[in-house]
Ligand binder design. Structure first.
Ligand SMILES: Cc1cc2nc3c(=O)[nH]c(=O)nc-3n(C[C@H](O)[C@H](O)[C@H](O)COP(=O)(O)OP(=O)(O)OC[C@H]3O[C@@H](n4cnc5c(N)ncnc54)[C@H](O)[C@@H]3O)c2cc1C
Length: 430
């Protein structure tokens, strides 16, 4: 098997990581610990830590540290590990381009436009919120309509209250967390409305952020009207049918001055797209193999830019893997990808990451992460390779808001020569 020849162009850094959130920091620490001689993290903000800096609630790090840390505490630990490993940082620097041959261009107030040549690149740019414009809601666009993340930043970082009487649309984790946060800051949250018949957030957040505060969760509801010309004065909600359309006659108007939107997160992939990285229409992140390598050799992806995560612990685990593989690629240790095994999501499974496996360099075991497409009670998670059942795991309940995973061991694939695909699916328990 051939090895990458990376001796050709001189590189400025073995590994360049784009984004200094928890994913970028863990990838940087891991790349350095895995033998990369030099690792640079480029972050557009003036501080490291990413979205965690505005998440002052606790609940981070239960899996990694067996402790309930706040977002900034978790970020501080990730930063400490990356610094201790010897990564370098460029803050206040926005990456504007990544080329296929891994030249990273960034711009900063202090140094203007700069370019560095990387042995390997790790994409860790996180995600952004779906904006209000994505909603087809009639009425004006008065002041008082915020995305939940913007409201979180205003309250937790700027010390500003977006409003006093609040309706929240969308029950993803940020919406749930902001329902509690606004209540603790003295606002009244009338309700959280959710279009789907199930919440998009973690069960623990529904309990701790809504139920504990008596905030109603209205499933299968949406906003049909926003009233107020200059400032929001009221929001009308209606129940929706199975077709997702409002049911006439079910409208209820809630007088309020603020509407918070928590209607989805989108991986921040403009740079990846421009670099020629293949993106998945389902996750909207890169299509990757089990080394988290994208379709562009030497470019890896991890964290929320790859697919939206609910727990930061899994972001860190995934990023460590991306860092390790980026370091091996940069050192010329990673073999060239040859045949691949596709990982197909079927029967209730919406997507998997990775989307394919490279038998050429498969590790002893790999973790397939996935989300389901609806609420499923009492199901088996099955992983098939041809007619061999690799994994058969029973679950009492599976919901789209909680990421699931299965582990595939290399030994399970022994004897399955010329395997072209692995299927991950749900099956009813009879
Ligand atoms: C409101 C909220 C509540 C959450 N609550 C919990 C919780 O209770 N427990 C839990 O475990 N997890 C929670 N999470 C999830 C967890 O915080 C995220 O999954 C995690 O922060 C994602 O890390 P990341 O590094 O991929 O992205 P981010 O943290 O978003 O970091 C991405 C970084 O990349 C930088 N960047 C982007 N583009 C560029 C560019 N072009 N050039 C330079 N830099 C760039 C950004 O500035 C940012 O710093 C929560 C998330 C949110 C949003």
């Amino acid at each position: 098997m051939s090895e990458q020849n990376l001796n050709a162009p001189q590189v400025d850094y073995d590994v360049v990581v784009i984004g200094g959130g928890p994913a970028g920091l863990s990838a940087a620490a891991s790349a350095k610990e895995s033998g990369a001689a030099s690792v640079l993290v480029v972050e557009r903000d003036d501080e490291l830590g990413g979205i965690l800096n505005q998440c002052i609630h606790n609940g981070f790090g239960l899996i990694t540290y067996n402790e309930e840390l706040t977002g900034p505490e978790y970020a501080a630990r990730a930063e400490e590990l990356a610094r201790a490993a010897g990564a370098e940082f460029r803050l206040g620097a926005m990456v504007v381009d990544v080329s296929q041959d891994r030249v990273v261009t960034f711009v900063s107030e202090e140094h203007g436009l700069e370019q560095v040549r990387a042995g390997a690149v790790v994409l860790a740019m996180g995600c952004r919120e779906r904006p209000a414009g994505a909603l087809a809601t009639p009425g004006f666009r008065p002041a008082g309509v915020y995305t939940a993340g913007t409201a979180q930043r205003l309250v937790n970082i700027e010390g500003l209250m977006p409003g006093r009487e609040v309706v929240i649309l969308g029950s993803g984790d940020i919406g749930l967390i902001m329902a509690r946060r606004m209540t603790l800051e003295g606002a009244h949250v009338a309700c959280v409305a959710e279009l789907m018949p199930y919440s998009g957030g973690l069960k623990r957040n529904i309990v701790q952020c809504l139920e504990d505060f008596g905030i109603p969760l209205l499933l299968s509801h949406t906003v049909t009207r926003i009233e107020g010309e200059k400032r929001v004065e009221a929001v009308t909600l209606a129940e929706v049918g199975e077709d997702g359309r409002p049911i006439p006659g079910t409208e209820v108007t809630y007088p309020c001055d603020t509407l918070l939107l928590s209607v989805g997160l989108l991986p921040e992939n403009e740079l990846s797209r421009a670099a020629g990285v293949d993106l998945s229409p389902v996750t909207r992140g890169a299509v990757v193999d089990d080394a988290l390598q994208t379709s562009v050799p030497g470019v890896f992806a991890c964290g929320n830019v790859l697919h939206v995560h609910d727990l930061v612990d899994y972001v860190s685990q995934e990023a460590e893997l991306a860092g390790l593989n980026a370091a091996s690629f940069a050192q010329g240790l990673q073999q060239v990808r040859s045949a691949t095994i596709a990982v197909r999501a079927k029967g209730g499974v919406r997507y998997t990451v990775p989307q394919f496996i490279s038998p050429t360099y498969m590790a002893e075991s790999i973790t397939l992460r996935f989300r389901v497409a609806g609420v499923f009670e009492d199901r088996y998670i099955n992983v098939w390779a041809n007619d061999k059942l690799l994994v058969h795991k029973r679950h009492p309940i599976l919901v789209p808001g909680e990421m699931e995973s299965v582990v595939i061991k290399k030994e399970m694939l022994e004897g399955l020569d010329d395997l072209e695909e692995i299927v991950v699916c749900l099956e009813e328990v009879r």
